[in-house]
Design a protein around this ligand. Structure first.
Ligand SMILES: Nc1ncnc2c1ncn2[C@@H]1O[C@H](COP(=O)(O)OP(=O)(O)O)[C@@H](O)[C@H]1O
Ligand SMILES: [Mg+2]
Length: 421
């Protein structure tokens, strides 16, 4: 098969890596890709806003399958467009993507299908929301309805903070039109798990889970980021909880998708809070998570392209995905200053030496080639993923590689995977 992957993060690098390992892969392209991806795929720069350019590229290169990484392309309806041009796409329709692109849409879906989620209210009016927060029980969680690159959720411990947040969203338009509507929900206590399963018209196949680290600094302090690291498995997630996730969340979600007649062919990511009263859905994402994807794909035994082929034929139901019983950890190396302002174009030395360490894969995110040197071009720069017999061994490996890379322009968390020890 000739495969095209869309995106430029470490998530897409790990997707390319998994595709490349499949015997079914003949040639691999990536738009736009990065310095790491260009070592295993042919990277092209094509403006994806101009959909017909992409269609032409797919026809020229005889692309058999397009794998869409980031949610923005799904929200833009790229999967529908490609499907209508007879191109196979891994990724849900625009309509189904609303499960991620509108929080109120997702909440209504959850409620309709009796799936546990935090109690909530929707608001379009600043005045009515202000009245509500004046007598709410704190903490509360305020969320912009639309996509806000992981920045649209604010946990408010006090009334003053809630009022300031409402001002920011409704008056200062901090999130633009994504904040025209908001939801306010109750705060859930527990630990978070990212759970993944492939879904199609007739069923689903479970991939697995990973635990993410969203805050910038050790011990979960500092601002929220796209994700500073992930690991799996975790002792926290018992068989009993996994069974509950399947019965109370996966099955009713599948039935709900069917009822809505959504075209869902792709991965569905459940952002869960495991509370004392069981698992609750915080949100749906209609694509792989980053850095969870890097962790999960490293443990995947079943041929990735075989899964996608079955997914596109609506035959997932009979598939049991097999994973290695190993521990994997991913530590993100980011530019100093991320998620705020950071410098670009800083040279990364020592990568070829670091790459030689066994059982470690270095997936690139914000990197590019300049004068034969790899330089940084984004906030998150590398995903160091190590695989071993235990989380503590995997941790040692990942941090050893980071000490070899020794990038003075960057930082990383030292405590990834520690909550599992
Ligand atoms: N009801 C809630 N209770 C506690 N924490 C929450 C709640 N909703 C969201 N959060 C926290 O905020 C983070 C971001 O919320 P989420 O709905 O996943 O938005 P997004 O990923 O789109 O920014 C979650 O990962 C979680 O840590
Ligand atoms: Mg989230």
């Amino acid at each position: 098969m000739n495969i095209l992957v869309l995106g430029s993060g470490a998530r897409e690098h790990s997707i390319c890596w998994a595709v490349k390992r499949s015997k079914k892969c003949k040639s691999l392209y990536c738009i736009p890709g990065n310095a790491g991806i260009s070592e295993i795929a042919i990277c092209k720069k094509i403006d994806l806003e101009k959909k017909n350019n992409l269609n032409k590229f797919c026809k020229d290169k005889n692309i058999d399958l397009v794998i869409i990484g980031p949610e923005k392309y799904l929200e833009n309806g790229l999967s529908d467009y490609l499907r209508s041009n007879d191109i196979n796409v891994f990724g849900p329709s625009k309509k189904a993507s609303r499960l991620e692109s509108s929080k109120s849409f997702a909440k209504r879906f959850l409620k309709k299908n009796y799936i546990n989620t935090a109690k909530y209210k929707e608001f379009k009016s600043y005045a009515i929301a202000m009245k509500y927060v004046s007598s709410a029980k704190y903490p509360i969680v305020i969320k912009a309805d639309g996509l806000a690159s992981g920045k649209g959720v604010i946990i408010c411990n006090k009334k003053k903070q809630a009022e300031e947040t409402l001002d920011l969203i409704f008056k200062q338009k901090k999130f633009g039109s994504a904040g025209n509507k908001i939801i306010i929900e109750e705060y859930l206590n527990g630990f978070e798990v990212s759970y993944f399963a492939f879904f199609d018209k007739n069923g689903y196949a479970k991939l697995g889970y990973a635990l993410d680290h969203k805050r910038a600094y050790d011990n979960d302090i500092g601002p929220n980021t796209g994700g500073m690291g992930a690991f799996c498995p975790s002792k926290l997630l018992t068989r009993k909880i996994e069974k509950e996730i399947e019965e109370k969340i996966l099955i009713p979600t599948f039935k709900g998708l069917k009822k809505e007649k959504f075209i869902y062919r792709g991965i569905l990511f459940f952002g869960l809070m495991i509370t004392d009263s069981g698992p609750f859905v915080i949100e749906y994402n209609v694509r792989f998570g980053d850095p969870e994807c890097q962790v999960l794909l490293r443990n995947l035994q079943t041929d990735f392209l075989k899964i996608i082929e079955l997914n596109l034929k609506d035959k997932l139901r009979n598939l049991r995905i097999r994973n290695d019983k190993k521990s994997v950890i991913c530590v993100v190396l980011a530019s100093k200053g991320y998620p705020g302002n950071f410098k670009k174009d800083k040279v990364l030395n020592n990568l070829s030496k670091a790459k030689c360490i066994k059982d470690v894969e270095i997936f690139h995110a914000g990197t590019l080639l300049r004068n034969n040197k790899i330089v940084s071009s984004g906030g998150r720069v590398l995903s160091i993923t190590a695989k071993a017999d235990s989380i503590s061994l995997a941790r040692k490996l990942a941090y050893k590689v980071l000490s070899i890379i020794a990038w003075k322009e960057g930082f990383y968390r030292k405590d990834i995977g520690q909550k599992n020890l």
